[in-house]
Design a protein around this ligand. Structure first.
Ligand code: NAD
Ligand code: TYD
Length: 351
């Protein structure tokens, strides 16, 4: 891929997007990284303070559903490639309000695809990279892993909207020849994740002395990946992935929710000098999520074999670093938690 590209990253002010922006800004000085983000409750420029003055970084506030804003963006920055992360991303919110997910994840993605098609003369010269989730594959039983061949079986409004957007991206490849890549990744963890998701929510509540709400029996399984490893996988797939291909991204790192939260409690006891076992007492089993997928687990062999990608850190270390980061960034949490979030929390957890 030639240097000097103008790479549009959508959703760059969110959790994963901010790590992808940081990774590309720091690693590819010859490219210009344009972060286009609506700054919803989940998007925060606080996540990018360390790169906001970099020469090769630009931020534009805008909505992927707004065609005029996208046209202006593509003209002004002569966008050469897209890494698309902008989305509504929280399953619980998709259960209480699915339409927002259709609008942003489906309509917004198709709007972005159309903008690329309208502005790019030779589609071979441009990459459209769509970042998706393993949740499109549905829910696993005790055995087996999701591969790139697993049939789609989305079961939440969130995963249904992401599956739909994946289908549209593939359709634009097959119909119009758009040079696409898609990756489907497992649950990410690390710094700058909005504290409505499992790990930062538990750390935040633990510090505040609140309940640690575990849905159902706590035996649902997720496959956790260090967010910076996801950013490095996106880099590899963007630069070296094959046209039209899909890659699963994951770290072979399955945990039941209850085992994971108990580990967090142990680390928090140690880091806050609490008596051993005290944070665990905050664990509370609450009503299960509607349609709660039982198990996700990824087979990432294709990415390892074809492109040589491997995750870089062990879970125990990643979890310790994550707890440490949140404990030392209470000011960040206070800045990103708005009144809206407090209202959501009260309504969702009935607390
Ligand atoms: P996030 O909710 O933290 O961030 C989403 C970002 O998109 C926010 O900055 C938000 O302001 C922005 N956004 C939302 N609607 C927009 C719109 N209409 N126009 C422009 N920007 C808009 O999400 P995340 O966890 O960082 O996930 C990023 C992407 O990765 C999503 O596409 C998600 O489906 C996918 N993904 C997430 C995970 C995970 O574990 N979090 C795993 C696999 C894939
Ligand atoms: P989450 O972080 O919302 O990610 P996803 O639903 O996309 O996998 O949830 C991870 C797991 O944690 C999931 O099985 C639901 C569970 N969970 C709880 O038990 N309690 C909570 O308060 C939250 C937010 C999630």
């Amino acid at each position: 891929m030639p240097l000097g590209r103008n790479i549009l990253i959508t959703g760059g002010a969110g959790f994963i997007g901010s790590h992808v922006v940081r990774h590309f800004v720091n690693k590819y000085a010859e490219d210009t990284i344009i972060n286009f983000d609506k700054l919803t409750y989940a998007g925060n420029l606080e996540n990018l303070k360390d790169v906001e003055h970099a020469n090769n970084y630009r931020f534009v506030k805008g909505d992927i559903c707004n065609t005029e804003e996208l046209n202006r963006l593509f003209e002004k920055f002569e966008i050469t490639d897209v890494i698309h992360l902008a989305a509504e991303s929280h399953v619980d919110r998709s259960i209480s309000g699915p339409m927002e997910f259709v609008t942003t994840n489906v309509v917004g993605t198709v709007n972005l695809l159309n903008t690329c098609k309208a502005h790019w003369k030779n589609l071979e010269n441009h990459v459209f990279y769509h970042v998706s989730t393993d949740e499109v594959y549905g829910s696993l039983g005790d055995e087996g892993l999701f591969t790139e061949e697993t049939a789609y079986d989305p079961r939440s409004p969130y995963s249904a909207s992401k599956a739909s957007s994946d289908h549209f991206v593939r359709a634009y490849h097959h119909t119009y020849g758009l040079n696409i890549r898609i990756s489907n990744c497992s649950n990410n963890y690390g710094s700058y994740q909005f504290p409505e998701k499992l790990i930062p929510l538990m750390i935040h509540n633990a510090v505040e002395g609140k309940e640690l709400p575990i849905y159902g029996d706590g035996k649902n399984i997720r496959d956790w990946l260090w967010v910076e490893d996801h950013a490095s996988a996106i880099d590899v797939i963007f630069h070296r992935g094959a046209k039209g291909e899909t890659y699963n991204v994951g770290g072979l790192n399955e945990w039941t929710n209850i085992d994971l939260v108990e580990q967090l409690c142990t680390i928090i006891d140690q880091q806050l000098n609490r008596p051993e076992g005290s944070t665990k007492k905050q664990i509370t089993f609450v009503k299960d999520r509607a349609g709660h997928d039982r198990r996700y687990a990824i087979n990432a062999d294709k990415l390892a074999t074809d492109l040589g990608w491997q995750p870089s850190i062990q879970f125990a270390e990643g979890l310790r670093k994550t707890v440490d980061w949140y404990l030392h960034h209470q000011d960040w949490i206070e800045k990103v938690i708005t009144g809206d979030y407090k209202a959501y929390y009260a309504a969702h957890y009935n607390r």
